[in-house]
Design a protein around this ligand. Sequence first.
Ligand code: SAM
Length: 273
Amino acid sequence: MVATPIGNLGDISPRAVETLNAVELIAAEDTRHSQRLLSHLGVATHMQAYHEHNEEYQAERLVARLQQGDSIALISDAGTPLVSDPGYRLVEQAHQHGIKVVPIPGPCAAISAMSVAGLATDRFSFEGFPPAKQAARLGNLGLLKEETRTMVFYISCHRILETLKDMRTVFGEKRLATFAREVTKTYETIRKATLDELCEWVAGDDMQRKGEIVLVVAGSVKDKSAHPLRDEILAVLVDELPVKQAAKIASRITGINKNELYEAALKLKNKDD
Ligand code: SAM
C-alpha cells in the first residue's frame, strides 16, 4: 500500500519510489491521473485500474497474480490508499489468502490537517465525507454532537459552506474548528476559528470554496455540572442529611464539583423550609 503526495510531489518517500520501480504491477485508482506522477518519478512499471467500480472483480484477479508470486503496489489518486479511497477489498482478500501486505507510509490529508490544527490530537475520530444530502448530513452530525474526541472530516468544496452551517447548527456557533485547504499546494490555507467565524469567512470569500478541504472539529466539552439525575439525587440527600454532607455524597455519586452542589443543596433546603 503505497502513499503518494496530496499536492507537493516532493512529499513522495524514497521507499515509495523504490517500491513503485520494483513491483511487477501498479494498481492505480485512475491510471491517467497517476501517469503524471510516474512520469515525474521516471517509473515505467505497468499500471492497471483498480477503482470503486471494479474493486470486487479486480481484487480477485490481483490476488491470483500475487499467489503466482508477483508483487503489486496499490496507489490512489493522492495520499494513503484506503483512507476514503479504494483498496479495502484487495487488502481483505490478501489477508484471507495469507498474502503479506506491506504499508509504505506517507502523505495523508487527514493527518496533515490534524498536525497543524491546534486541536487535541491525543484522541480523534476520522469521519470521512459527511452525507451530501442535508437531511442525512444533519442526522449524521447529530450523532456526533456529544463526541468528545477531535473529529476529522473530508469535505467537498461544493458543500463546504452548507456543511459548515449545518455544523454550526448542530455543534453550536462557538465550537472551534480548523479549516485546512489545499494542503501542501500553492494556495495552502489553514485557519482555526469558531464555526460561526468560519461560516462568515467562507461565505464572504469564493476562494475558500475551491480546491480540497479537510475540517478538523474540536470535540464536545462535557458540561461539568451536567448529570441527568443531579437534582433528584440532591433532593433525596438533602431531605435526610445536613447540606454539607448531602453535597459531599452527591459529588461522589455524580462527579460534579462539591461547592457547586453545596450551593444547589442550600437553595433546595431553603425552598423546603
Ligand atoms: N486517501 C486520501 C488521503 O490519504 O488523504 C484522501 C482521498 S479522498 C477521496 C479526497 C479528500 O481528501 C478531498 O476531498 C479532501 O477532503 C482531502 N484532501 C486530499 N488532498 C487534500 C489537500 N491537499 N488539502 C486538503 N484536503 C485534501
